[in-house]
Design a protein around this ligand. Structure first.
Ligand SMILES: Cc1cc2nc3c(=O)[nH]c(=O)nc-3n(C[C@H](O)[C@H](O)[C@H](O)COP(=O)(O)OP(=O)(O)OC[C@H]3O[C@@H](n4cnc5c(N)ncnc54)[C@H](O)[C@@H]3O)c2cc1C
Length: 429
């Protein structure tokens, strides 16, 4: 039952992607929080195919949701990532196995749109607003509230604002003020393209032996990386080609570019004698229109919070996809904010909670962004030590995920709460 002596804390969540929807699920459980989710698109929707959730992502979700993560993931159709095999894709060692990881580490793959659907479903419709694009944020000095203005001219006031508005976040610009341009997202040095094809076609092009077992394959080669995995109950195969940016493209601010047979052949020119490149090129070109997207990231961020406004998810820490950690970081952000918010009773404490959130989350997320970029270099055969030597690659890759999946989430929450209490009691941080 709600404590009547505690006044409501009104929060605007800007952005209804996976981070915003997860935060809304976390905060509706706290009776004295009144949440409003504003999404600029006409509906809550996700593009793209699948998203991988490592154990830390699943465990963070388990902490957040009252009924745990497993039921929700089941309803979203998540399937276990049975096994991952890394293989050399080009050069004299092409075809040699770098390493196999079995299903013991229990990662899952889930369709992005289905995951968002299940996160939106439990939210009260009175808290959800679409076609609401944030325009500006201004603190009101007289009331101590935050005034948000939408592009349709509507304005509202809140005690706090959380920006979950993605990589080119408007809320981030407010948080960083004059430094926003300096710390805006920039190219990470890679591009990738993705396609989804029926499994029979993939078997015909890549060879049936790669599909006797539903396994994710990562092919490490000269300047590029190829991945394929089986989705949609074994009926479809997702194929990804990623490459170092400078090989074929002069860096451009335009994230999207058309791909042709010529660009793909040029990208994979040192792979063509190997077992995978020719088939993948044919599968990719079978799409009606094939686009490549450059990968962008936040190379540094001086803070995730400014007073009663903060950023989470890609708005705070967009990363390359090489260690599949974007959504895990967002879930961890939410877990920490939820823990802090459970322990505040008035809007006067929000700024301290956000300050602690920044202190706890920023070092970890920046480490993941930097590690992910480095992992991309190893997987594109650019590591000066490992090159395309299977044993050295194994050595270079074997422990890169340890600090990501090994986070003790209970300790992370306790750490946040201790810092919060310390600041409240006037101690040093
Ligand atoms: C191709 C690809 C594959 C990936 N694979 C993985 C993976 O396997 N594992 C993993 O962990 N991560 C993966 N990621 C990363 C992961 O998808 C993201 O980290 C995550 O989805 C970010 O969620 P978000 O809610 O923070 O941002 P977004 O998904 O970008 O959502 C932001 C939302 O805010 C809305 N918005 C934007 N501006 C405004 C505004 N001004 N006002 C109101 N609303 C606004 C947008 O419409 C959008 O709905 C991948 C990313 C990509 C692109």
């Amino acid at each position: 039952m709600a404590d009547e002596s505690v006044s409501k804390i009104h929060i605007a969540i800007i952005g209804g992607g996976l981070a915003g929807a997860t935060l809304a699920n976390a905060l509706i459980q706290i009776p004295h929080f009144d949440i409003h989710v504003y999404e600029s698109a006409p509906s809550f929707s996700e593009r793209g195919a699948a998203i991988g959730l490592d154990t830390n992502a699943q465990q963070a979700l388990e902490h957040i949701l009252p009924s745990g993560s497993q039921e929700l993931l089941k309803r979203a159709g998540a399937v276990p990532l049975n096994s991952v095999r890394s293989v050399v894709g080009s050069g004299p060692n092409a075809g040699q196995i770098v390493m196999d990881s079995s299903g013991d580490d229990s990662g899952v793959i889930v369709h992005r749109a289905s995951l968002l659907r299940e996160l939106i479903a439990p939210l009260p419709s009175k808290s959800l607003f679409t076609n609401k694009k944030l325009d500006t944020i201004k603190p009101s000095l007289s009331t101590g509230t935050i005034k948000v203005k939408f592009q349709d001219g509507d304005t509202k006031e809140f005690d706090a604002v959380v920006g979950a508005d993605g990589i080119f976040s408007t809320v981030r610009s407010y948080v960083l003020q004059d430094e926003a341009d300096k710390f805006a997202a920039s190219q990470a040095g890679f591009w990738d393209c993705r396609c989804l094809v029926p499994i029979e076609k993939a078997k015909a092009m890549l060879g049936p032996e790669l599909f006797t077992f539903h396994r994710q394959y990562g092919w490490v080669g000269d300047g590029s990386f190829i991945m394929h995995d089986v989705l949609e109950n074994g009926t479809m195969v997702q194929c990804v080609i990623s490459a170092i940016e400078h090989i074929n493209h002069t860096p451009t601010k335009d994230r999207k570019r058309m791909l042709s047979r010529e660009t793909l052949t040029q990208t994979l020119k040192n792979w063509l004698d190997g077992p995978i490149a020719n088939g993948i090129i044919e599968l990719a070109l079978d799409q009606e229109e094939l686009h490549g997207y450059s990968q962008w990231e936040h190379k540094a961020t001086p803070t995730y919070a400014n007073g009663n406004v903060c950023v989470i998810g890609d708005a705070a820490h967009a990363t390359t996809p090489w260690q599949g950690s974007g959504i895990a970081m967002a879930f961890e952000d939410v877990m920490v904010l939820q823990e802090l918010f459970k322990n505040i009773t008035s809007s006067a404490e929000v700024a301290t909670a956000f300050k602690v959130y920044d202190m706890i989350r920023r070092p970890r997320c920046q480490r993941i962004i930097d590690s992910s970029r480095g992992t991309g270099m190893v997987l594109c055969g650019q590591d000066t030590y490992a090159g395309l030597d299977p044993e050295k690659l194994r050595e270079a890759l074997a422990h890169r995920w340890d600090f990501i999946v090994g986070l003790d989430l209970d300790a992370h929450k306790i750490d946040a709460l201790h810092k919060f209490r310390e600041i409240q009691q006037g101690g040093t941080s």
